[in-house]
Design a protein. Structure first.
Length: 466
């Protein structure tokens, strides 16, 4: 099959032409290929045909829509990893091209791989728009059914969600009133890229949460979006002496992260009602993005714990939209839990380590004399191998200094991975452990979090050593 011919399908814009005698699936209507068999799966409308005489076969599928990241190329890259690379082992690197019309952006690429030691071909098209992504695939071992594929794709029509507000309405503005200040806020999706999108070693780098939020890691933050509201979970910042010497750590961080990118006005600070122990550090402001001249209502929450600051930046079209999505501070703080990404075996392969320690000085309650130090320390290592085997070593010490108890445990076994859990055999007393598993994106990498599903207090928080 000539690559040029396969590219013909790329330019059959799936959402521009309505067919006759159509069927519906999710937000798509289409004309099924005549004589093809419908497969019984719930996550896609899939049709397959096989010629037993020639051995030729082909399968086409329209996948159920998911939330969009807001970036069509990022959507495509995520779908290619999650669908094409899983369906077709060893598939070639994609070379995507993009076409946009009527609010939809189609990004498509062919690929080639080996099936039963012969060439096979794959086409994936992701269509992004109106807060949704629909993916269409065609998988075949010859060009015998290419005309059927082209006809099928050209018949597809996507329904625009009724409750979606256009991302970039022309000449539209909404008055925003906060206290005694009035500003104008344009209803637009923020274009706020401090750094390039990156997966941080996380292959499944888009998480679509059940409540509609979509998370993706970038160089300086995790971007979480839903509709017209965007939340940036800035990576943790160590509070240095320089920051501490400013005498107002939250204000210092606000200036550090917001001032370079926005023209800021009408800043309002959360009123804790006087001196507080568990203070809430939160600002609202009207901002204009310097790179695009777009206006937003911004929220900025600073969470400080153990000398580390986590900053949550929120951009919305108006104060009303902000208040609707975030009616209280608890919901803003809860956004930090959206830095969560699924685990794949390819990402897991390698060595992962963690270490921790703590100590307490003891004093007599009777005499006040020093009674010694109680200390504990631990180090955990996991090595996950490509053949599905693992090795782990857990060692440490605990107790009063001078009479401490030590342990050193080693395990070898097999492991299996699904998106959100890892199963490992031959653990303590030969038993099998099952952990909840997830990646947390951090600057230039990720943290692997494991929590035992039975003994939930048994947790590991690992970084990749090599």
């Amino acid at each position: 099959m000539a690559t040029a011919r396969l590219f013909l399908v790329l330019f059959c814009l799936p959402f521009f032409v309505s067919g006759q005698s159509q069927e519906s699936f999710d937000i798509a209507t289409f004309t099924p290929p005549v004589g093809w068999k419908r497969e019984a799966i719930d996550f896609a409308a899939s049709y397959v045909i096989t010629n037993n005489n020639t051995g030729n076969w082909c399968r086409v599928a329209i996948y159920k829509s998911i939330g969009s990241s807001g970036d069509a190329r990022v959507d495509f890259e995520s779908e290619w990893k999650n669908i094409a690379e899983k369906d077709c082992k060893g598939i070639s690197t994609p070379n995507p091209e993009t076409i946009t019309e009527d609010g939809w952006t189609a990004t498509s690429s062919p690929g080639q791989y080996k099936w039963q030691e012969k060439d096979a071909y794959y086409l994936l098209t992701s269509i992004s728009g109106y807060g949704k992504v629909v993916t269409i695939t065609a998988n075949m071992n010859s060009d015998a059914y290419l005309k059927d594929v082209e006809k099928f794709m050209s018949s597809i029509d996507l329904i625009k969600p009724k409750d979606y507000v256009a991302e970039n309405p022309k000449n539209t503005s909404t008055p925003v009133t906060t206290g005694n200040n009035t500003n104008t806020s344009q209803a637009t999706i923020p274009v706020i890229e401090m750094g390039k999108a990156g997966n941080h070693g996380i292959s499944i780098s888009t998480t679509n949460f059940d409540d509609g939020w979509v998370a993706q890691p970038f160089a300086d933050y995790v971007r979480v979006s839903k509709g017209q509201v965007t939340v940036l979970l800035h990576y943790a910042i160590k509070i240095t002496d320089q920051i501490r010497d400013s005498n107002d750590v939250p204000a210092y961080l606000f200036d550090m992260l917001m001032q370079p990118r926005y023209i800021v006005s009408n800043i309002r600070k959360y009123d804790n009602g006087g001196p507080c122990y568990f203070c809430i550090y939160f600002y609202e402001a009207d901002v204009t993005e310097k790179s695009t001249n777009k206006k937003y209502h911004a929220g900025f929450r600073v969470l400080i714990e153990s000398g580390i600051a986590r900053c949550v930046e929120i951009l919305s079209p108006s104060a009303q939209d902000f208040q609707k999505e975030f009616p209280n501070q608890e919901k803003i703080a809860a956004m930090t839990g959206y830095n969560k990404f699924a685990v794949s075996q390819a990402d897991l392969i390698g060595e992962w380590d963690e270490s921790s320690g703590a100590y307490v000085n003891m004093y007599s309650t009777v005499t006040g004399a020093y009674a010694g130090m109680n200390s504990s320390s631990s180090a955990n290592k996991f090595i996950f191998k490509p053949d599905g085997t693992y090795f782990s070593n857990h060692k440490g010490a605990f107790g009063m200094v001078g009479s401490m108890q030590f342990y050193d445990q080693k395990y070898n076994g097999n492991y299996t991975v699904t998106n959100w859990d890892i199963t490992a055999t031959k653990r303590f007393e030969g038993k099998t452990d099952v952990w909840w598993a997830q990646f947390e994106a951090v600057r230039e990498g990720c943290v692997l979090h494991l929590q035992d599903k039975v003994a939930t207090g048994m947790q590991y928080h690992l970084v990749k050593a090599k």
